[in-house]
Structure formats: structure tokens, C-alpha cells
Ligand binder design. Sequence first.
Ligand code: GDP
Ligand code: MG
Length: 359
Amino acid sequence: MHENKRPRVSIIIPTYNERDNLDELFQRISDALKKEGYEFEIIVVDDDSPDGTWRHAMELAAKYPVKVIRRMDEKGLSSAVIRGFKEASGDVFVVMDADLQHPPEKIPELVRAIEEGADIAIASRYIPGGGVENWYWYRKLISKGAIMVGRLALPRIRDIKDPVSGFFALKREVVEGVELNPIGFKILMEILIKGNYRKVVEVPFKFGLRKAGESKLGGKTIISYLKHVYRLMRWSGELDRLVKFSIVGLSGILVNEGFLWLFVHLGLSKYIANVPATELAILNNFFWNDLWTFKDLRTAPLWRRLLSFHIAALMGALVQWAIYAPLVYIGVHYLIANLIGIGASFVVRFLFNRNVTWG
Ligand SMILES: Nc1nc2c(ncn2[C@@H]2O[C@H](COP(=O)(O)OP(=O)(O)O)[C@@H](O)[C@H]2O)c(=O)[nH]1
Ligand SMILES: [Mg+2]
């Protein structure tokens, strides 16, 4: 993309039974982009919709710069978008839904953000000025909770407020040569983990109401999203870290018990001996995690990492107790209660260490 030349924009729209939305969609896209002087193409990737979306899109190609891909033996939103990337000839790709929940008037703003230096520009529901229309509070809660899980599990996207938006723009270089997995239906998250980019910006928008037709994804479960997050954790090496962190944690138990035994044998009181034994176990865990689990993430000075690791240990202990005590109080067996506490402590310590100590 040249500095002073306007980019050519390819708008990629996956469709399934969206015939009745196309007239308004194309007209509004065309108006918005012409007004700002962008050269553009619309790429419709339709999975042989029974309502003939592909046919109507082809008819409209007489009036608008539309290229229609009618896929006969493949289905799925993400794979449709990936196919769109392959067919697109522009410098900037925009991905959006066909149902007008993504206002076409936002496209120039997204493209401008790219022209001003972003590699990816996300139309975001969850930054000030953005939002969703007509969602029950629990639907918002699930959406936000799911995003939070993704951001915690995948540090590369931790600063992004809406990493699962279906409306975004990117430079073609971001996905060129990148192997994207079409299985998950959150293609943006896939791109944010695997793509080649430096700068992401978010532009607020209001996720509107569907114009015509009906939702195909409304029923898609949280489970398939979590599976996607899991796969991306594996791909990006975060799962390996989790395993290493667990192994180090187990080694810490041995160190703790060993020194406790030693100190008691040397004559120290049993009530005191577990204090230095625990500290030695913390140091043991710190050094193994520093040299192994997070060896590529040693940016903060050693004393800061060490301090931060101790804060994590303390937080873990507090969380463990805060879960253990009420569970015992309500009648859960104390060994079970402790196990649940340990699990929670593990999660808290891992997340804190991953995002702060070795953030
Ligand atoms: N090509 C293709 N497009 C799809 C598929 N599923 C959904 N879409 C399109 O993806 C966009 C978003 O789907 P939608 O049902 O509105 O999802 P929702 O907004 O989450 O309810 C719309 O343009 C759909 O037509 C699919 O399997 N193949
Ligand atoms: Mg929709």
C-alpha cells in the first residue's frame, strides 16, 4: 500500500439465506464508499443458499461491483471468509455480515484507521460509544464473559475489548500466507492470534437489529467457542506453558515437603518449619518458571519478577482459603473443599504470573 494512494477496498460478506438484505446492503455500502472516494469491490461468499442469495447477488452485479462465489460443497462462516480473502484483490479487506447488523456507514472509518497506520481495525461493541441493541442482560453477560475468558487465556489479545466482532478491516498482509483454521466461527480471534500485525485499533459501533431473514449463529454454543479458545491456546504455546507451570508446581510440593522434613529433623519447631519450607518452594517454583515456563518473557527486572511471583503466591493462598473456608462451612468435606481451593489458587497464580510477572 503506497503512502499517498487511496487503498482499494475489498468487502467480504459471507451469506446464507440473506437475499432480502442485499439491495439495501449494497446500496448503503456503495453510498458510503463512493462518498469517501474509495475504489471497492464486494465479494459475496454464499453457500448455495436455498433462497437464491447467490442468484440475486449476481443480478445486482449489473449495478454494483460485486463478485459472487457460490460454494456448492462447503459450508461455514469462517471458511467462507477465508475463501473471500483468497478471492479479494484489494489492499484492505473488510469483513461484515449481510444482515445490516453491521452498519455499512462505518466502513470508511475502519479503512481510514488502516490508512492512518493500523494493521487491523475492529468495529467494537465494547468500547465507549459502542453497544448492542435489544440484548437481554444475560446475553450481554455471556458475551462479555466469553470475551473475558478469551482475553485471559490468550495474552496476545488481552488489550482488545471486542476480539470476536464479526465486523473489521485489515491490511491484506495480515492474513496473506497465514494458515487460518476454518473450524471456529470467530474468525477475527483466529486472525488476531495467527495474523501478521502490530497495531490494532477499535472503532465503536452499535450492533443493530437484523433487517430480514433469521440468525444462523444464535444457537451456536459457548462450548464451541471454548474449544476454539483451547485450540488457539495450543497453537500459540499457551497450553504448553500451563502444563509446564503445573509440573513446576508439583516439584514445589516435593521441595516444600522435603525441606519441612529436613528442618524438623534439624530440630526446628513444626509450627515454624513450614514457613522457610514454603518460601524455599516458592523460590524453587520461581526459578523453574523463569528458566523454563516463561523463559521467552523475561522483560521486567529480576527483582520485579520475584516480587510479583510472591504476590501471586500470596493471592493464591488467600483465594484458596477464601474458597476452602466457606465450602467447609456449608458442609463440603474438607479434603474436597481444599482441592477446589487449590484448583482456584492454581488458576489465579497462573493468570497473574502469565499476565503480570512475565507479562
Ligand atoms: N457463507 C456462509 N455464511 C454464513 C454461514 N452462517 C452464517 N453466515 C452469514 O454470516 C453472517 C452472520 O450470521 P448471523 O446468522 O447473522 O449471525 P448472528 O448475527 O450472530 O446471529 C450473515 O451474513 C450470515 O448470512 C455459513 O454457514 N456460510
Ligand atoms: Mg446477524
